[in-house]
Ligand binder design. Structure first.
Ligand code: 5GP
Ligand code: MG
Ligand code: MG
Length: 181
């Protein structure tokens, strides 16, 4: 699997340092609240579990799965809920944890749903952001780890065709991996 990677963009250590930094900011901003931290499955799972360990405040965790991508690398724009939250967001301070914001369609839809359910506040923490690819102009994250170049990245939760999520770092695949698909 490691042989399929052309180059490493974010090392395990760089990701760890950034996660600690984001956790400190979030701790400061939520110190008098009890946020509901919502992980968007499956991509954000690795980031979520590392991030919450860097947040020193009372919080609850919940999980939501939405899909817009299928197995390819281009968004279909059609976002559906595969698994809904278990907890009510009404009156809660919600912190959405995402792996990456690309077009912004996924997040647009999720924030719409959660504000309809009357969350008290909704903020977004994403490890990666591709602002150059945004089609939903008003969608932005409150906490951003790294702004990434316009390339398809894999690892640390991010998949291609369902695999590579377990790489501890984030990188770019060799072109032949796509050609052989
Ligand atoms: P959006 O709805 O913002 O276009 O896409 C968000 C979702 O698309 C992410 O949560 C992620 O699952 C997927 N995605 C976007 N860019 C990339 C990328 O560079 N690599 C991978 N593996 N997934 C991506
Ligand atoms: Mg995602
Ligand atoms: Mg995916």
């Amino acid at each position: 699997m490691n042989n399929d990677i052309k180059s490493v963009l974010y090392s395990e250590e760089a990701i760890r340092e950034m996660t600690t930094k984001l956790g400190k900011q979030i701790t400061e901003d939520y110190k008098d609240k009890k946020p509901l931290v919502v992980c968007i499955l499956t991509g954000a799972v690795l980031f979520m579990t590392d991030l919450v360990r860097e947040i020193d405040t009372y919080l609850e965790m919940d999980f939501m799965d939405v899909s817009s991508y299928g197995d390819g690398t281009v968004s279909t724009g059609d976002v559906k809920i595969i698994k809904d939250l278990d907890k009510s967001v009404k009156g809660r301070d919600v912190l959405i944890v995402e792996d990456i914001i690309d077009t912004g369609k996924t997040l647009q839809r999720i924030t719409e749903i959660l504000s309809m359910r009357e969350a008290n506040s909704i903020k977004v923490c994403t490890l990666f952001d591709k602002p150059a690819r945004r089609t939903e102009g008003d969608i932005k994250a409150d906490y951003v780890g790294f702004e990434v170049p316009n390339e398809f990245i894999v690892g640390y939760g991010l998949d291609y065709a369902g695999v590579y999520r377990n790489l501890p770092y984030v990188g770019v695949l060799k072109p032949e991996v796509y050609e052989n698909n």
